[in-house]
Design a protein around this ligand. Sequence first.
Ligand code: PEP
Length: 245
Amino acid sequence: MKNLIAGNWKLKGSPDLADSYISHLSKTKPDNCTVVVCPTFDLLEYICDKWSSEFGHLGAQDCFHEDTNYNDGLRTPDEIVSKGTSYIILGHSDRRNKCHETSELVRKKVDLVWDKGLIPIVCVGEKSDERKQNLTQKIVNKQITESLDFDNLRGPFVIAYEPVWAIGSGNTPTMEEIGEVHDEIRKLLVDLTCPTRGHNIPLLYGGSADDQNAGSILSVENVNGLLIGGASLNIQKFGAIIECA
Ligand code: PEP
């Protein structure tokens, strides 16, 4: 499968950054990998008019878990889809840990966005203290099992393994550690689905991945792409990561 390189701008980004992406991607038109760019909703409004499918896909960050406009603040999947998105990041560690979002809530969102034709990028990962207690795989497997309804998978999905302690810290696990976790996730997905499906679910690594370490991480077995935060705020770095893929 092609690598998937997703940029998560979080609450950063600007029209200038969006313009730098448009300018770069219109020249490079990457087809070696699947590119997904996830700006804030406001910037999605800005970028979607200038976006071409030759650049890759647009994605969103989170959504409300019910199909109604009667909510305060969070965007609904319908609003998100109206901006030309095809992917959505759900269960990011910021949501799980800073907003106390449970896997049960992530699962509701996954079901809802499938109904709208979006592909969820479901984030999972252990905290530093959980890692120290050797609980990484237990936590990751539990989050995956509980964040998706494996008895009724109604659409495609992507898993992003993002150790919480690695996000934005400049630290990453070793390549061996990334490989071990991804191998176990692959086994779990094969068990929960079937070999054909389980082997074709893209598994991304995220957490301080950048243009310097992308090549090494992407060469690890069962890593099928990267979820990039900080380094996606610079098109030169993000462009170099796309080239690595
Ligand atoms: C993220 O926020 O999902 C992320 C991976 O951030 P960073 O690349 O900055 O660690």
